[in-house]
Design a protein around this ligand. Structure first.
Ligand code: SAM
Ligand code: DTB
Ligand code: SF4
Length: 333
């Protein structure tokens, strides 16, 4: 009996110390460079400690306001600074967004993520945004929005509307940030994330791999996230989708093994967070995606389209899930 109690206490201590906020850049790089099998074993062990290893959360994106964005993010099809050939459009009507949400729910998504190509929302758009959050929640879906920088007033209104998650990526390391985006600062991203957190909205924050960053940049981005006062509940890891017309159009593709290593380090450093294998899956083999799921990824975007770019779609994902014996994750787990 006593032995059981001691064993339980030990297990509890082990679990508590898995969640750390004191990561150093050196320790993170050391993890990233470990022999691949050792790294994956540790990541997968932690994954199983906190999650059902065969459950994958499904989110569906919609672009509620496309293109014409004043920011200069070097990867983005929606920046007005580059000619990606994308047609800009106004903020969608609430009913149209709700139709999309109904279809997303019918195809198995549990979260609806609404993205706008804005530097920040305008006060005049907030009533529409609030109506979208309320309407999607009524359909029984989790809600996520990504609208750029937010004021205290904005986060208050989103919280009152019942928004579950806010997505705001740091995208890369603080050092590399200004190589990719010059119209805003890394610091401003952290400010908005803190504001979202303080309002009691769950944080979705991650980045993009394959933008010409080095290994240290990749782990530095994860160190920033893991050393936040609270880990983001959701960590999207995107593989760059090279968009013709943008400055990153001909960037060399990231090596698949390096991509998996980064997923594994994210899983180890933020063991209780859901790590999303996000943009770029159309260019990934089943084997690469399977390795990512083994390394700790446990969420995907479903559907034919992300915001503006292609995604594998329901049929291809059904085949992949069948092959791997994966199932959709129930909301709130
Ligand atoms: N305008 C808002 C903002 O920047 O926060 C929200 C929309 S923005 C398109 C959301 C995220 O999508 C970006 O932060 C970036 O991480 C990701 N993203 C955009 N274009 C991408 C691309 N070509 N490849 C991979 N990820 C991309
Ligand atoms: C995230 O990290 N990736 C999503 C979501 N958050 C908003 C967006 C991916 C966009 C991929 C390029 C496109 O569709 O334009
Ligand atoms: Fe605008 Fe967001 Fe695209 Fe940057 S990533 S250009 S802020 S839509």
């Amino acid at each position: 009996m006593l032995t059981d109690t001691v064993a339980m206490a030990r297990a509890e201590t082990a679990k508590r110390s898995d969640v750390r906020h004191d990561w150093t850049r050196v320790a993170a790089l050391e993890l990233y460079r470990r022999p691949f099998n050792d790294l994956l074993f540790e990541a997968h062990t932690l994954h199983r400690r906190y999650f059902d290893a065969n459950a994958v959360q499904k989110s569906q994106l919609i672009s509620i306001k496309t293109g014409g964005c004043p920011e200069d993010c070097g990867y983005c099809s929606q920046s007005a600074k580059y000619d990606s050939g994308l047609k800009a459009s106004k903020l969608m009507a609430v009913q149209e967004v709700l139709e999309g949400a109904r279809a997303a729910k019918a195809s198995g998504a549990t979260r609806y993520c609404m993205g706008a190509a804005w530097r920040s929302p305008k006060a005049r758009d907030m009533d529409t945004i609030v109506a979208m959050v309320e309407g999607v929640k009524e359909l029984g879906l989790e809600t996520c929005m990504t609208l750029g920088m937010l004021t205290d007033d904005d986060v208050g209104r989103l919280k009152d509307a019942g928004l579950d998650y806010y997505n705001h990526n740091i995208d890369t390391s603080e050092r590399y940030y200004s190589e990719i985006i010059t119209t805003r600062s890394f610091e401003s991203r952290i400010d908005t994330i803190n504001r979202v957190r303080e309002a009691g909205i769950k944080v979705c924050c991650g980045g993009i791999l394959g933008m010409g960053e080095d290994s240290q940049d990749r782990v530095d981005m994860l160190v920033t996230l893991a050393n936040l006062e609270q880990h983001p509940e959701s960590v999207p890891i995107n593989m760059l989708i090279p968009i013709p017309g943008t400055p990153l159009a001909s960037t060399e593709r990231i090596d698949g093994i390096d991509f998996v290593r980064t997923i594994a380090v994210a899983r180890i450093m933020m063991p209780k967070s859901v790590v999303r294998l996000s943009a770029g899956r159309t260019e990934m083999s089943d084997e690469l995606q399977a390795l990512c799921f083994f390394a700790g990824a446990n969420s995907i975007f479903v559907g034919e389209t992300l915001l503006t770019a292609d995604n594998p779609g329901e049929d291809a994902d059904d085949v992949l899930f069948d092959k791997l014996g994966l199932q959709g994750m129930a909301p709130g787990t």
